[in-house]
Design a protein around this ligand. Structure first.
Ligand code: UDP
Length: 464
Protein backbone atom coordinates (compact mmCIF):
# COMPACT_ATOMS: atom_id res chain seq x y z
CA UNK A 1 0.00 0.00 0.00
CA UNK A 2 1.23 3.50 -0.86
CA UNK A 3 1.63 6.08 1.88
CA UNK A 4 -1.36 8.45 1.69
CA UNK A 5 -0.39 11.80 0.25
CA UNK A 6 -2.73 14.78 0.64
CA UNK A 7 -2.60 17.98 -1.40
CA UNK A 8 -4.12 20.94 0.41
CA UNK A 9 -5.16 24.18 -1.27
CA UNK A 10 -6.13 27.14 0.94
CA UNK A 11 -7.93 30.22 -0.33
CA UNK A 12 -4.99 32.66 -0.46
CA UNK A 13 -5.58 34.63 2.74
CA UNK A 14 -4.04 34.46 6.20
CA UNK A 15 -7.27 33.37 7.88
CA UNK A 16 -7.49 30.36 5.56
CA UNK A 17 -3.82 29.37 5.52
CA UNK A 18 -3.62 29.04 9.32
CA UNK A 19 -6.47 26.53 9.82
CA UNK A 20 -5.55 24.58 6.66
CA UNK A 21 -2.01 24.28 8.00
CA UNK A 22 -3.37 23.00 11.28
CA UNK A 23 -5.44 20.44 9.40
CA UNK A 24 -2.39 19.48 7.32
CA UNK A 25 -0.23 19.08 10.41
CA UNK A 26 -2.75 16.93 12.16
CA UNK A 27 -3.12 14.72 9.08
CA UNK A 28 0.67 14.42 8.93
CA UNK A 29 1.49 13.98 12.60
CA UNK A 30 -1.52 12.04 13.85
CA UNK A 31 -2.52 10.12 10.74
CA UNK A 32 0.69 9.55 8.78
CA UNK A 33 -0.13 11.48 5.61
CA UNK A 34 2.56 12.96 3.43
CA UNK A 35 1.44 16.52 2.82
CA UNK A 36 1.93 18.97 -0.02
CA UNK A 37 0.65 22.42 0.87
CA UNK A 38 -0.09 24.61 -2.13
CA UNK A 39 0.22 28.35 -1.69
CA UNK A 40 0.17 31.08 -4.28
CA UNK A 41 3.62 32.42 -5.24
CA UNK A 42 2.66 35.71 -3.60
CA UNK A 43 1.74 34.19 -0.24
CA UNK A 44 4.56 31.64 -0.29
CA UNK A 45 7.06 34.48 -0.49
CA UNK A 46 5.33 36.37 2.34
CA UNK A 47 5.19 33.36 4.66
CA UNK A 48 8.79 32.40 4.20
CA UNK A 49 10.04 35.97 4.46
CA UNK A 50 8.98 35.99 8.14
CA UNK A 51 10.42 32.59 8.89
CA UNK A 52 13.84 31.10 8.13
CA UNK A 53 13.15 27.88 6.15
CA UNK A 54 15.85 26.10 8.14
CA UNK A 55 13.61 26.31 11.22
CA UNK A 56 10.41 25.10 9.64
CA UNK A 57 8.94 21.83 8.46
CA UNK A 58 9.88 22.97 4.96
CA UNK A 59 12.91 20.78 5.60
CA UNK A 60 10.71 17.76 6.29
CA UNK A 61 10.52 15.71 3.05
CA UNK A 62 7.05 14.45 4.00
CA UNK A 63 5.66 17.93 4.49
CA UNK A 64 6.22 20.09 1.45
CA UNK A 65 5.33 23.59 0.45
CA UNK A 66 4.88 24.36 -3.23
CA UNK A 67 3.44 27.39 -4.99
CA UNK A 68 1.64 28.32 -8.18
CA UNK A 69 0.63 31.71 -9.64
CA UNK A 70 -2.64 33.29 -8.52
CA UNK A 71 -3.26 35.08 -11.83
CA UNK A 72 -2.90 38.60 -10.39
CA UNK A 73 -0.85 41.08 -12.40
CA UNK A 74 2.25 42.81 -11.01
CA UNK A 75 1.13 45.78 -8.93
CA UNK A 76 -2.40 44.41 -8.33
CA UNK A 77 -3.74 44.85 -4.80
CA UNK A 78 -4.00 41.42 -3.20
CA UNK A 79 -6.47 42.82 -0.64
CA UNK A 80 -8.92 43.52 -3.48
CA UNK A 81 -10.94 40.37 -2.93
CA UNK A 82 -13.19 40.76 -5.97
CA UNK A 83 -10.18 41.13 -8.26
CA UNK A 84 -8.43 38.21 -6.59
CA UNK A 85 -11.47 35.93 -6.98
CA UNK A 86 -11.69 36.76 -10.68
CA UNK A 87 -7.99 36.02 -11.14
CA UNK A 88 -8.16 32.75 -9.20
CA UNK A 89 -11.04 31.25 -11.14
CA UNK A 90 -9.66 32.36 -14.50
CA UNK A 91 -5.97 31.47 -14.22
CA UNK A 92 -5.40 29.06 -11.38
CA UNK A 93 -7.18 25.90 -12.65
CA UNK A 94 -4.60 25.40 -15.39
CA UNK A 95 -1.60 25.93 -13.08
CA UNK A 96 -3.11 23.54 -10.56
CA UNK A 97 -3.80 20.92 -13.20
CA UNK A 98 -0.22 21.16 -14.45
CA UNK A 99 1.12 20.81 -10.91
CA UNK A 100 -1.00 17.74 -10.12
CA UNK A 101 -0.26 16.12 -13.48
CA UNK A 102 3.46 16.56 -12.84
CA UNK A 103 3.10 15.05 -9.37
CA UNK A 104 1.01 12.17 -10.73
CA UNK A 105 3.91 11.32 -13.04
CA UNK A 106 6.39 11.05 -10.17
CA UNK A 107 7.93 7.66 -9.46
CA UNK A 108 7.27 7.84 -5.73
CA UNK A 109 4.90 9.57 -3.40
CA UNK A 110 2.19 10.39 -5.90
CA UNK A 111 -0.72 12.37 -4.45
CA UNK A 112 -3.68 10.28 -3.34
CA UNK A 113 -6.21 12.89 -2.25
CA UNK A 114 -7.00 16.58 -2.45
CA UNK A 115 -8.47 18.96 0.10
CA UNK A 116 -9.82 22.23 -1.21
CA UNK A 117 -10.74 25.18 0.92
CA UNK A 118 -14.41 26.00 0.50
CA UNK A 119 -13.26 29.26 -1.07
CA UNK A 120 -11.47 27.26 -3.81
CA UNK A 121 -14.38 24.98 -4.71
CA UNK A 122 -13.55 25.31 -8.43
CA UNK A 123 -10.43 23.20 -7.75
CA UNK A 124 -12.59 20.12 -7.16
CA UNK A 125 -13.13 19.90 -10.91
CA UNK A 126 -9.34 19.83 -11.35
CA UNK A 127 -9.03 17.08 -8.72
CA UNK A 128 -11.64 15.02 -10.54
CA UNK A 129 -9.93 15.53 -13.88
CA UNK A 130 -6.58 14.45 -12.45
CA UNK A 131 -8.03 11.39 -10.71
CA UNK A 132 -7.84 12.47 -7.06
CA UNK A 133 -10.40 11.85 -4.33
CA UNK A 134 -11.38 15.11 -2.73
CA UNK A 135 -12.84 16.83 0.29
CA UNK A 136 -13.78 20.40 1.15
CA UNK A 137 -12.54 22.18 4.24
CA UNK A 138 -14.77 24.97 5.53
CA UNK A 139 -12.53 27.62 7.07
CA UNK A 140 -15.63 29.59 8.03
CA UNK A 141 -18.34 28.53 10.47
CA UNK A 142 -20.71 25.71 9.54
CA UNK A 143 -23.42 28.37 9.49
CA UNK A 144 -21.61 30.41 6.86
CA UNK A 145 -20.89 27.27 4.88
CA UNK A 146 -24.56 26.32 5.03
CA UNK A 147 -25.73 29.72 3.86
CA UNK A 148 -23.50 29.29 0.79
CA UNK A 149 -24.60 25.67 0.35
CA UNK A 150 -28.23 26.84 0.47
CA UNK A 151 -27.91 29.56 -2.18
CA UNK A 152 -30.30 27.75 -4.54
CA UNK A 153 -32.91 27.51 -1.75
CA UNK A 154 -32.44 31.17 -0.82
CA UNK A 155 -33.07 32.12 -4.45
CA UNK A 156 -36.07 29.83 -4.72
CA UNK A 157 -37.59 31.15 -1.48
CA UNK A 158 -37.27 34.71 -2.77
CA UNK A 159 -34.80 35.77 -0.06
CA UNK A 160 -31.95 36.78 -2.39
CA UNK A 161 -31.61 37.80 -6.03
CA UNK A 162 -30.00 35.23 -8.32
CA UNK A 163 -28.11 37.92 -10.25
CA UNK A 164 -25.99 39.22 -7.38
CA UNK A 165 -27.10 37.57 -4.12
CA UNK A 166 -28.47 40.85 -2.78
CA UNK A 167 -31.43 40.91 -0.42
CA UNK A 168 -34.88 40.94 -2.00
CA UNK A 169 -36.10 42.66 1.17
CA UNK A 170 -33.20 44.34 2.98
CA UNK A 171 -33.20 43.62 6.69
CA UNK A 172 -35.30 40.45 6.31
CA UNK A 173 -34.74 37.97 9.09
CA UNK A 174 -35.02 34.32 8.07
CA UNK A 175 -33.81 30.88 9.14
CA UNK A 176 -31.72 28.49 7.05
CA UNK A 177 -34.16 25.86 8.29
CA UNK A 178 -36.76 25.78 11.09
CA UNK A 179 -34.80 25.38 14.32
CA UNK A 180 -31.61 27.14 13.19
CA UNK A 181 -30.85 30.58 14.66
CA UNK A 182 -32.41 33.61 12.93
CA UNK A 183 -30.21 35.31 10.38
CA UNK A 184 -30.38 38.74 8.77
CA UNK A 185 -30.19 38.64 4.98
CA UNK A 186 -27.92 41.70 5.06
CA UNK A 187 -25.38 39.67 7.07
CA UNK A 188 -24.96 36.93 4.46
CA UNK A 189 -21.22 36.79 3.89
CA UNK A 190 -21.28 37.81 0.21
CA UNK A 191 -23.41 40.86 1.04
CA UNK A 192 -20.81 42.24 3.45
CA UNK A 193 -18.02 43.46 1.21
CA UNK A 194 -17.19 47.05 0.52
CA UNK A 195 -19.56 47.91 -2.32
CA UNK A 196 -22.32 46.34 -4.35
CA UNK A 197 -20.04 45.59 -7.32
CA UNK A 198 -17.63 43.62 -5.07
CA UNK A 199 -20.60 41.88 -3.45
CA UNK A 200 -21.83 40.79 -6.87
CA UNK A 201 -18.47 39.42 -8.06
CA UNK A 202 -17.92 37.60 -4.79
CA UNK A 203 -21.44 36.18 -4.83
CA UNK A 204 -20.89 34.82 -8.33
CA UNK A 205 -17.59 33.33 -7.22
CA UNK A 206 -19.05 31.56 -4.16
CA UNK A 207 -22.10 30.43 -6.12
CA UNK A 208 -19.86 28.81 -8.76
CA UNK A 209 -17.81 27.16 -5.98
CA UNK A 210 -21.00 25.92 -4.42
CA UNK A 211 -22.00 24.19 -7.66
CA UNK A 212 -18.58 22.54 -7.92
CA UNK A 213 -18.93 21.16 -4.36
CA UNK A 214 -22.08 19.18 -4.98
CA UNK A 215 -20.48 15.76 -5.39
CA UNK A 216 -17.62 16.07 -2.94
CA UNK A 217 -16.89 13.04 -0.72
CA UNK A 218 -16.51 14.92 2.57
CA UNK A 219 -16.98 18.40 3.95
CA UNK A 220 -15.02 19.02 7.15
CA UNK A 221 -15.54 21.94 9.49
CA UNK A 222 -13.29 23.81 11.89
CA UNK A 223 -16.12 23.79 14.42
CA UNK A 224 -17.67 21.46 16.99
CA UNK A 225 -21.15 20.11 17.46
CA UNK A 226 -22.27 22.15 20.46
CA UNK A 227 -21.10 25.44 18.92
CA UNK A 228 -23.47 25.13 15.97
CA UNK A 229 -25.72 22.28 17.06
CA UNK A 230 -28.81 23.36 15.11
CA UNK A 231 -26.83 23.70 11.89
CA UNK A 232 -25.16 20.30 12.27
CA UNK A 233 -28.56 18.76 13.09
CA UNK A 234 -29.90 20.37 9.95
CA UNK A 235 -26.99 19.19 7.76
CA UNK A 236 -27.27 15.77 9.41
CA UNK A 237 -25.04 14.00 6.97
CA UNK A 238 -22.40 11.33 7.55
CA UNK A 239 -20.06 13.06 5.13
CA UNK A 240 -20.29 16.52 6.73
CA UNK A 241 -18.03 16.29 9.74
CA UNK A 242 -17.02 18.83 12.37
CA UNK A 243 -13.40 18.21 13.35
CA UNK A 244 -12.58 21.38 15.30
CA UNK A 245 -11.51 23.42 17.00
CA UNK A 246 -8.20 23.00 15.16
CA UNK A 247 -5.63 24.73 17.33
CA UNK A 248 -1.89 24.75 16.95
CA UNK A 249 -1.32 23.53 20.50
CA UNK A 250 -2.89 20.25 19.42
CA UNK A 251 -1.16 19.98 16.08
CA UNK A 252 2.13 21.82 16.07
CA UNK A 253 5.05 20.45 18.03
CA UNK A 254 7.48 22.31 15.76
CA UNK A 255 7.74 25.98 14.80
CA UNK A 256 6.07 26.66 11.55
CA UNK A 257 5.93 29.28 8.77
CA UNK A 258 2.29 30.30 9.06
CA UNK A 259 2.01 34.09 9.28
CA UNK A 260 2.49 36.99 6.86
CA UNK A 261 3.92 39.13 9.66
CA UNK A 262 6.55 38.10 12.19
CA UNK A 263 4.99 37.21 15.54
CA UNK A 264 6.13 39.53 18.31
CA UNK A 265 7.50 37.13 20.88
CA UNK A 266 7.75 39.78 23.60
CA UNK A 267 3.99 39.56 24.21
CA UNK A 268 4.33 36.69 26.64
CA UNK A 269 6.87 38.38 28.89
CA UNK A 270 4.68 41.49 29.01
CA UNK A 271 1.56 39.43 29.78
CA UNK A 272 3.47 37.58 32.52
CA UNK A 273 3.86 40.92 34.31
CA UNK A 274 0.11 41.67 34.34
CA UNK A 275 -2.46 40.66 36.92
CA UNK A 276 -4.76 37.71 36.14
CA UNK A 277 -7.95 38.67 34.26
CA UNK A 278 -6.84 42.23 33.66
CA UNK A 279 -5.76 42.66 30.02
CA UNK A 280 -7.90 43.72 27.06
CA UNK A 281 -6.54 41.95 23.97
CA UNK A 282 -7.34 43.87 20.77
CA UNK A 283 -6.82 42.27 17.36
CA UNK A 284 -8.73 42.56 14.11
CA UNK A 285 -7.20 39.70 12.12
CA UNK A 286 -5.34 40.08 8.86
CA UNK A 287 -7.64 42.11 6.60
CA UNK A 288 -9.90 44.43 8.59
CA UNK A 289 -9.06 48.12 8.39
CA UNK A 290 -9.97 51.22 10.37
CA UNK A 291 -9.94 54.76 9.04
CA UNK A 292 -7.62 57.18 10.80
CA UNK A 293 -10.41 58.80 12.82
CA UNK A 294 -11.74 55.47 14.09
CA UNK A 295 -8.22 54.22 14.73
CA UNK A 296 -7.41 57.22 16.95
CA UNK A 297 -10.76 56.94 18.72
CA UNK A 298 -10.00 53.31 19.52
CA UNK A 299 -6.63 54.36 20.96
CA UNK A 300 -8.35 56.97 23.13
CA UNK A 301 -10.99 54.43 24.16
CA UNK A 302 -8.30 52.01 25.33
CA UNK A 303 -6.68 54.85 27.22
CA UNK A 304 -10.02 55.74 28.81
CA UNK A 305 -10.59 52.20 30.13
CA UNK A 306 -7.65 52.67 32.50
CA UNK A 307 -6.89 48.97 32.03
CA UNK A 308 -3.84 47.24 30.58
CA UNK A 309 -4.16 46.32 26.92
CA UNK A 310 -2.29 44.36 24.29
CA UNK A 311 -3.14 45.84 20.90
CA UNK A 312 -2.24 44.36 17.51
CA UNK A 313 -1.71 47.22 15.07
CA UNK A 314 -0.88 45.67 11.72
CA UNK A 315 1.32 47.93 9.60
CA UNK A 316 -1.54 48.24 7.07
CA UNK A 317 -4.42 48.62 9.53
CA UNK A 318 -5.29 52.18 8.46
CA UNK A 319 -4.25 51.65 4.85
CA UNK A 320 -1.58 54.34 5.27
CA UNK A 321 2.17 54.03 4.92
CA UNK A 322 2.79 54.72 8.58
CA UNK A 323 0.75 54.32 11.73
CA UNK A 324 -0.23 57.53 13.47
CA UNK A 325 -1.25 57.18 17.12
CA UNK A 326 -2.89 60.19 18.88
CA UNK A 327 -0.44 62.82 20.03
CA UNK A 328 1.20 61.97 23.35
CA UNK A 329 -0.59 58.58 23.49
CA UNK A 330 2.49 56.42 24.00
CA UNK A 331 3.86 58.68 26.76
CA UNK A 332 0.56 58.77 28.60
CA UNK A 333 0.07 55.01 28.37
CA UNK A 334 3.63 53.98 29.20
CA UNK A 335 3.89 50.30 30.10
CA UNK A 336 0.13 49.94 30.68
CA UNK A 337 -0.37 49.24 27.00
CA UNK A 338 1.60 47.16 24.56
CA UNK A 339 1.28 47.73 20.82
CA UNK A 340 2.63 45.06 18.46
CA UNK A 341 2.44 44.52 14.70
CA UNK A 342 1.38 40.88 14.96
CA UNK A 343 0.98 38.66 18.01
CA UNK A 344 1.31 34.93 18.52
CA UNK A 345 -2.46 34.96 19.07
CA UNK A 346 -2.86 31.31 19.93
CA UNK A 347 -0.32 31.78 22.74
CA UNK A 348 -1.86 35.06 23.87
CA UNK A 349 -5.46 33.89 24.22
CA UNK A 350 -4.85 31.18 26.85
CA UNK A 351 -2.77 33.51 29.03
CA UNK A 352 -4.26 33.94 32.54
CA UNK A 353 -3.73 37.72 32.35
CA UNK A 354 -6.35 38.02 29.60
CA UNK A 355 -9.69 39.54 30.57
CA UNK A 356 -11.39 39.93 27.19
CA UNK A 357 -10.86 39.91 23.45
CA UNK A 358 -11.85 42.92 21.34
CA UNK A 359 -12.18 41.18 17.99
CA UNK A 360 -13.41 41.63 14.44
CA UNK A 361 -14.94 38.13 14.79
CA UNK A 362 -13.15 36.38 11.94
CA UNK A 363 -14.01 32.70 12.33
CA UNK A 364 -10.52 31.69 13.49
CA UNK A 365 -10.39 34.40 16.11
CA UNK A 366 -13.90 33.46 17.19
CA UNK A 367 -13.13 29.77 17.58
CA UNK A 368 -9.74 30.46 19.18
CA UNK A 369 -11.26 32.87 21.73
CA UNK A 370 -14.10 30.47 22.41
CA UNK A 371 -11.68 27.56 22.96
CA UNK A 372 -9.92 29.63 25.60
CA UNK A 373 -13.01 30.81 27.48
CA UNK A 374 -12.39 34.47 26.69
CA UNK A 375 -15.35 36.94 26.66
CA UNK A 376 -15.64 38.97 23.45
CA UNK A 377 -16.18 42.57 22.54
CA UNK A 378 -17.35 42.22 18.95
CA UNK A 379 -16.35 44.74 16.31
CA UNK A 380 -17.11 43.06 12.94
CA UNK A 381 -15.84 44.53 9.70
CA UNK A 382 -17.00 42.46 6.73
CA UNK A 383 -17.64 39.04 5.12
CA UNK A 384 -18.86 36.44 7.64
CA UNK A 385 -17.89 38.51 10.69
CA UNK A 386 -21.40 39.88 11.30
CA UNK A 387 -22.80 36.36 11.36
CA UNK A 388 -20.09 35.24 13.76
CA UNK A 389 -20.87 38.19 16.00
CA UNK A 390 -24.50 37.01 16.11
CA UNK A 391 -23.32 33.65 17.42
CA UNK A 392 -21.08 35.22 20.08
CA UNK A 393 -23.65 37.73 21.33
CA UNK A 394 -27.02 36.09 20.69
CA UNK A 395 -26.48 32.33 20.55
CA UNK A 396 -23.59 31.57 22.92
CA UNK A 397 -24.03 34.85 24.84
CA UNK A 398 -20.30 35.05 25.50
CA UNK A 399 -19.78 38.62 24.38
CA UNK A 400 -21.17 42.07 23.67
CA UNK A 401 -21.18 44.18 20.54
CA UNK A 402 -19.83 47.69 20.30
CA UNK A 403 -22.30 50.08 18.68
CA UNK A 404 -21.72 52.90 16.21
CA UNK A 405 -23.05 56.37 17.04
CA UNK A 406 -25.22 58.35 14.62
CA UNK A 407 -22.09 59.35 12.65
CA UNK A 408 -20.93 55.78 12.23
CA UNK A 409 -18.18 56.10 14.84
CA UNK A 410 -17.51 53.73 17.72
CA UNK A 411 -16.69 56.32 20.33
CA UNK A 412 -14.12 56.16 23.11
CA UNK A 413 -16.92 56.33 25.67
CA UNK A 414 -18.71 53.38 24.03
CA UNK A 415 -15.46 51.40 24.17
CA UNK A 416 -14.92 52.21 27.85
CA UNK A 417 -18.55 51.49 28.78
CA UNK A 418 -18.73 48.19 26.92
CA UNK A 419 -15.46 46.99 28.42
CA UNK A 420 -16.82 47.79 31.90
CA UNK A 421 -20.14 46.11 31.15
CA UNK A 422 -18.43 43.02 29.77
CA UNK A 423 -15.95 42.63 32.58
CA UNK A 424 -18.62 43.28 35.19
CA UNK A 425 -20.82 40.48 33.89
CA UNK A 426 -19.85 37.25 35.64
CA UNK A 427 -22.49 35.29 33.71
CA UNK A 428 -20.80 35.99 30.37
CA UNK A 429 -17.49 34.73 31.73
CA UNK A 430 -19.19 31.66 33.19
CA UNK A 431 -20.79 30.80 29.86
CA UNK A 432 -17.48 31.39 28.04
CA UNK A 433 -15.68 28.99 30.40
CA UNK A 434 -18.40 26.36 30.03
CA UNK A 435 -18.14 26.50 26.23
CA UNK A 436 -14.36 26.22 26.45
CA UNK A 437 -14.68 22.93 28.37
CA UNK A 438 -17.02 21.56 25.72
CA UNK A 439 -14.71 22.67 22.90
CA UNK A 440 -11.72 20.98 24.51
CA UNK A 441 -13.61 17.76 25.17
CA UNK A 442 -14.70 17.54 21.55
CA UNK A 443 -11.10 17.25 20.31
CA UNK A 444 -9.94 14.92 23.08
CA UNK A 445 -9.93 11.17 22.55
CA UNK A 446 -13.55 10.03 22.47
CA UNK A 447 -14.87 13.53 21.69
CA UNK A 448 -17.05 13.94 18.62
CA UNK A 449 -14.59 16.09 16.65
CA UNK A 450 -11.75 13.70 17.50
CA UNK A 451 -13.76 10.72 16.30
CA UNK A 452 -14.88 12.55 13.15
CA UNK A 453 -11.28 13.38 12.31
CA UNK A 454 -10.43 9.68 12.59
CA UNK A 455 -13.37 8.74 10.37
CA UNK A 456 -12.32 11.24 7.73
CA UNK A 457 -8.60 10.41 7.86
CA UNK A 458 -9.23 6.65 7.81
CA UNK A 459 -11.56 6.97 4.84
CA UNK A 460 -8.99 8.98 2.95
CA UNK A 461 -6.22 6.50 3.68
CA UNK A 462 -8.13 3.69 2.00
CA UNK A 463 -8.08 2.78 -1.68
CA UNK A 464 -4.60 4.20 -1.94
N1 UDP B 1 -3.54 36.13 14.21
C1 UDP B 1 -2.31 36.07 14.78
N2 UDP B 1 -1.77 37.20 15.30
C2 UDP B 1 -2.42 38.39 15.28
C3 UDP B 1 -3.71 38.46 14.70
C4 UDP B 1 -4.25 37.30 14.18
O1 UDP B 1 -1.69 35.00 14.82
O2 UDP B 1 -1.87 39.37 15.76
C5 UDP B 1 -4.12 34.91 13.62
C6 UDP B 1 -5.29 34.43 14.43
O3 UDP B 1 -4.84 33.58 15.48
C7 UDP B 1 -6.15 33.73 13.40
C8 UDP B 1 -5.82 34.45 12.09
O4 UDP B 1 -4.63 35.19 12.33
O5 UDP B 1 -5.78 32.37 13.31
C9 UDP B 1 -6.88 35.43 11.65
O6 UDP B 1 -7.99 34.73 11.17
P1 UDP B 1 -9.46 35.28 11.38
O7 UDP B 1 -10.38 34.29 10.74
O8 UDP B 1 -9.71 35.57 12.79
O9 UDP B 1 -9.47 36.67 10.64
P2 UDP B 1 -9.11 37.13 9.15
O10 UDP B 1 -7.68 37.47 9.17
O11 UDP B 1 -9.44 36.01 8.23
O12 UDP B 1 -9.97 38.32 8.96
Amino acid sequence: MRRPHALLLPYPAQGHIIPLLELAQSMHINHGFTVTFINTHFNHARLFSTFPPSQSTATNPSFNFVSIPDGMQPGDDHNDIAKLCNALKTFMPLSLEQLITKMNNQEHDKPTCFIADQGMGWALDVAKKTGLRSAVFAASSATTFTSVWNIPNLIEQGIINERDGSAKRPGQVFRLSPGTPPMNVDNLSWNCFLNSESNKIIFQYVYANNKAMKNVEYVIFNSFYEAEKEIFDYLNSSNMLHIGPLLSKQTSPVPFARCFWAEDKTCKAWLDKQRDDSVIYVAFGSLAMLDQIQFEELALGLELTGRPFLWVVRPDITGKISICLPEGFSDRIGDRGKVVEWSPQQEVLPHPALACFMSHCGWNSTIEGLSNGVPFLCWPYFADQHQNQTYVCDVWKTGLKVMHDENGLITKEEIRDKVEQLLGDGEIKKRALALKEIAIKSVEKGGSSFENFNTFATAFKHNV
